[in-house]
Design a protein around this ligand. Structure first.
Ligand code: URP
Ligand code: ZN
Ligand code: ZN
Length: 464
């Protein structure tokens, strides 16, 4: 059979297997995996000798060109997906946020318009529910059938008009359960949070950016996590906790799983690798995100959760703001645009910190960043693995390459990096999206508009 692309001599890594071999791709799909595949003349060949071949990473949590915090996040659909490709990510999931008084489908159509013809890799959308009523309830099945089986609910963000109260969350869990959907929550305790923000605002000039972390102690997350879990327990709905940042939250997820509650969780590199000492520096405000980066012991609890299976996904919550945008705070921690760049650095950072530092195996890394996201979000086995019939979304990764991260070497539209100066061992060299080489030897060669909207499936049962 004549192939379109052949990747030869790599060490192929999936969530379960490691073996030497070649991979053949035709018409966007993997069509051959074998010890040795003969190459016909004219077939594009990538020699992956001495390198790993991974399924492309899937970042299920990005906010590209999001209007937020008085500005718009700096990585738009084009540049954000370029940055993703440079970092070994071949699929991203962003959000279509319902406007109160409007339908969910309106938000989806508007967001797709923004993304289409711009995205350089495949993408999907979660539907964020902000307005629960009979029409919204009736829309849930329609949205799932459209290819969006995952919904987002924010337990905070009153002023943005995004907040969902517990009654909404409860009903959305009940409704999505009927159709194989899943509810993702941003879990923070809104009333205590607002009280603490007001308390520390009185001392904002003295405390500076550190007030942001004082106002968001671990329990402002873990209490909300515990509450959301309770609603999942009694409704039987499937719940996914996004950007989990506190060790105690991981413990609550663990306890709930032991009881058989249908709950899953995600954490992000910033919560694993940074701690709240970053807010003491002169540029502490740059690190403000939501929920907040917490303490060293929280990071330890999160690593433990990743290792023992309580946390199934690493994603980034990419919401890029450059130093100019962050400067809008003018000394008031309440006015910092919350969010960090991340999609480009997630995979190599966690390879170094997770695999090279022997916290977990390279196969487990693939489970956390590709296979589990694909299974939980209704994309498996089209995405998330290396198998016959799967999309040719692959990353060739040089495990020996040493890189010192610097903002100016990255594709992201950001003039600073939370991981500036971090020394990495291992970096993606080539990224392939549906059989097309879009990053070659560290250079982006793809095209805006190449990426497609992924119509995802409802998930009846999950085996991770
Ligand atoms: O600070 C963040 N994470 N900004 C994006 C919105 C959200 O809560 O995920
Ligand atoms: Zn959030
Ligand atoms: Zn987010």
């Amino acid at each position: 059979m004549s192939l379109d692309l052949l990747i030869k001599n790599g060490t192929i890594i999936t969530a379960t297997d490691t073996f030497q071999g070649d991979i053949g791709i035709k018409k966007e799909k993997i069509v051959a995996i074998s010890k040795e595949i003969e190459s016909d003349p004219g077939v594009e060949v990538i020699d992956a000798e001495g390198q790993f071949v991974f399924p492309g990473a899937i970042d299920v949590h990005v906010h590209l060109q999001l209007p937020f915090g008085g500005t718009v996040s700096a990585d738009d659909f084009e540049n954000g997906t370029k940055a993703a490709a440079m970092g070994g990510v071949t699929t991203v999931l962003d959000f279509a946020i319902q406007q109160k008084g409007h339908s969910i489908m309106d938000a989806i159509k508007a967001r797709r318009k923004e993304a289409e013809n711009r995205v350089c890799i495949d993408y999907g959308l979660h539907a964020a529910i902000t307005d629960w009523n009979d029409e919204t309830q009736a829309e849930i099945k329609q949205v799932i059938d459209y290819g969006i089986p995952t919904f987002k609910m924010f337990m905070i963000y009153k002023d943005e008009g995004w907040m969902a109260d517990d009654g909404m969350l409860f009903q959305a869990l009940e409704e999505t359960k009927k159709w194989g959907g899943m509810i993702s929550v941003h879990a923070e305790s809104v009333f205590v949070l607002d009280m603490l923000i007001n308390r520390y605002a009185k001392e904002k000039d003295r405390l500076g950016a550190y007030a942001h972390t004082l106002a968001r102690p671990y329990y402002t997350e873990s209490e909300a996590v515990q509450r959301a879990i309770k609603w999942a327990e009694v409704t039987g709905g499937r719940l996914y906790i996004v950007h989990m940042s506190a060790g105690e939250s991981a413990q609550y997820v663990h306890d709930a799983k032991e009881k058989g509650v249908n709950v899953y969780a995600e954490t992000c590199p910033q919560y694993l690798l940074l701690d709240d000492s970053v807010f003491k520096g002169e540029n502490g405000h740059l690190y403000a995100t939501c929920p907040q980066i917490k303490k060293k012991e929280d990071s330890e609890g999160l690593w433990k959760g990743l290792i023992n299976g309580d946390i199934q996904v690493i994603a980034t919550d990419t919401c890029t703001f450059d130093t100019k945008q962050k400067a809008m705070w003018k000394g008031d921690f309440r006015k910092i645009p919350f969010g960090l760049p991340g999609v480009e650095t997630m995979f190599p950072l966690i390879y170094t910190e997770g695999v090279v530092k022997k916290r977990f195996s390279v196969n487990h890394l693939i489970a956390l960043t590709s296979t589990n996201p694909a299974k939980l979000f209704g994309m498996f086995p089209q995405k998330g693995t290396i198998a016959i019939g799967s999309d040719g979304d692959l990353v060739v990764f040089d495990p020996k390459r040493k890189v010192t991260l610097q903002a100016d070497m990255l594709q992201t539209n950001c003039d600073w990096s939370p991981f500036e100066g971090w020394r990495l061992t291992g970096y993606p060299t080539t990224t392939i999206s549906r059989g097309k080489v879009i990053v070659k030897n560290g250079k982006f060669i793809g095209q805006p508009g190449y990426g497609r909207f992924i119509k995802r499936q409802a998930v009846k049962s999950i085996e991770l």
